[in-house]
Design a protein around this ligand. Structure first.
Ligand SMILES: Nc1ncnc2c1ncn2[C@@H]1O[C@H](COP(=O)(O)OP(=O)(O)OP(=O)(O)O)[C@@H](O)[C@H]1O
Length: 203
C-alpha cells in the first residue's frame, strides 16, 4: 500500500451492524479527499481510525507508512488533526497560540501573517475563551495548519464559520494540498467536494 493515506477493505462495526465496509482510499502527497454523508454515517469514525484513536474491525490501514497510533509522538508530529474534541487554551490569546506552536515544532513563525491568514489579526490579543464560536473555529484551524505535517485530518471544519470563512476554508484545503500534504476532510460543505481529488460519499 502506498501514499501517506492508504486504506484497503476497511470496515468498522457499530454494534451489530457495519457502519462502513470495503472502503478503499488512497491519498497521495499533494492530494485531498473529502468524506461526505448524512449524520451518523461514519465520517468522524473514519477520521478517528486514520488518527489511530479507533481500530477498524477489518481491512488494512496505513497512515504515513504505519498503522495509525495517536499515542506515538512521531506519528502526531507527522499527522495534524482538527477533530470533534480538539481544544485550545482559553486563557491564551491567538498570538500566544502561534508562539506556542512555533516553540513546539521549532519553526519560525510570522505571527502577524499567520493570524491575518486565518482572519484573526484584530483579535490577536484577546483570550481565546472570549472569542466568538466562529473565531474559535478559526483558531483551531490555525492550530492544525500553522505547523509542519505530512497528513492533515479535518472533521467538519466548516462548523460555525461564516460565508467568507467557508470560502477561505475551501481555499485553505486546496492550498495545503498544493503545498504537498495529504488532506482528508469530513464535511457537510458541498464546495469542498468540487476541489477534492477523491470523494468518499455515503448515503
Ligand atoms: N464502535 C462503535 N460502536 C457502536 N456504535 C458506534 C461505534 N462507532 C461509531 N458508532 C456509532 O455510529 C454512528 C456514526 O458516528 P459518526 O460520528 O462517525 O458519524 P458522522 O458521519 O461523523 O456523523 P455527523 O455528520 O453527525 O458528524 C454514530 O451513531 C455512533 O454512535
Amino acid at each position: 500500500m502506498e501514499g501517506p493515506v492508504a486504506a484497503r477493505g476497511l470496515g468498522v462495526r457499530a454494534g451489530d451492524h457495519w457502519l462502513f465496509r470495503g472502503l478503499d482510499l488512497t491519498v497521495a502527497a499533494g492530494e485531498s479527499a473529502v468524506v461526505a454523508g448524512p449524520n451518523g454515517s461514519g465520517k468522524s469514525t473514519l477520521l478517528r481510525c486514520l488518527y489511530g484513536m479507533e481500530a477498524p474491525a477489518e481491512g488494512e490501514l496505513r497512515v504515513c507508512g504505519q498503522v495509525p497510533d495517536e499515542r506515538e509522538r512521531d506519528f502526531r508530529r507527522r499527522v495534524s488533526v482538527l477533530l470533534d474534541d480538539s481544544e485550545f487554551f482559553g486563557e491564551l490569546t491567538p498570538a500566544q497560540h502561534v508562539e506556542l506552536l512555533a516553540g513546539s515544532f521549532g519553526a519560525d513563525a510570522d505571527i502577524g501573517k499567520a493570524l491575518a491568514d486565518v482572519g484573526l489579526a484584530d483579535r490577536a490579543a484577546v483570550p481565546a475563551g472570549l472569542l466568538s464560536a466562529g473565531q474559535q473555529r478559526r483558531l483551531l484551524l490555525l492550530g492544525a495548519t500553522a505547523r509542519p505535517f505530512d497528513v492533515l485530518l479535518l472533521d467538519e471544519p466548516e462548523r460555525a464559520l461564516d460565508v467568507a470563512g467557508k470560502e477561505w476554508l475551501t481555499e485553505l484545503v486546496g492550498r495545503v494540498a498544493a503545498a504537498g500534504a495529504a488532506v482528508v476532510v469530513a464535511t457537510h460543505h458541498p464546495p469542498l467536494l468540487s476541489v477534492a481529488d477523491h470523494v468518499v460519499r455515503w448515503g
